[in-house]
Ligand binder design. Sequence first.
Ligand code: B16
Ligand code: MG
Length: 211
Amino acid sequence: KMKAIIFDLDGVICSTDHYHYLAWKSLADDLNIPFDEKDNERLRGVSRMESLDIILEKSKENYSLKEKEQFADRKNKLYQQYLLKMSTKDLSKEVKETLEQLRKKGLKLAIGSSSKNTMLILKQLGLDTFFDAISDGNSIQYSKPHPEVFMKAADLLNIPYKECLVVEDAISGCFAAKSASMNVAALSSAYHCTFADYHLNCFKELLDIKY
Ligand code: B16
Ligand code: MG
């Protein structure tokens, strides 16, 4: 029996994954590093610094930690400019209504995101007070595929891991959930994840699951 749902943020609740891509693309172009949307798939769910390291794999230069921190900062500032333009209009009707109906079923609802911008994004969407628990990139030591972010969310809810369902768009996130013995519903980029318990064509299919 499942009592809680832990949602990934970027790529599940909202489409900020595209803004990540645009901001990284701009940095990669400045540094003359090839980077396209296929490369971007590897960055899903992965932390900011780890994402930068993946991008720099194709660079001929060897950058210092200080330079890398500046690059990550530059990317984040650009990314936040996109976030600041977001509003409640960027929360789809489908996601909003599905969340409300899941809550009506008595399920606990939480966020489990690697992003340090989680609170800003939730505020922009008008969801900052909606969830029962929020576990994000600021409170973890290891990012996905490590299960820490989801374990923290379940601990905050006080629900056993086996009774949680994680909703993910990233393979790294599906791994993270499974490592914590949680159930996984995979959608969009993670749809073909072989070990997911549920495969969703769209967000509202969460309502078809037997909890
Ligand atoms: P930030 P999620 C992840 O969020 C993104 O998928 C990933 O692409 C990003 O690098 C990471 O957050 C860190 O984000 O730079 O805002 O701290 O999918 O776990 O909600
Ligand atoms: Mg995601």
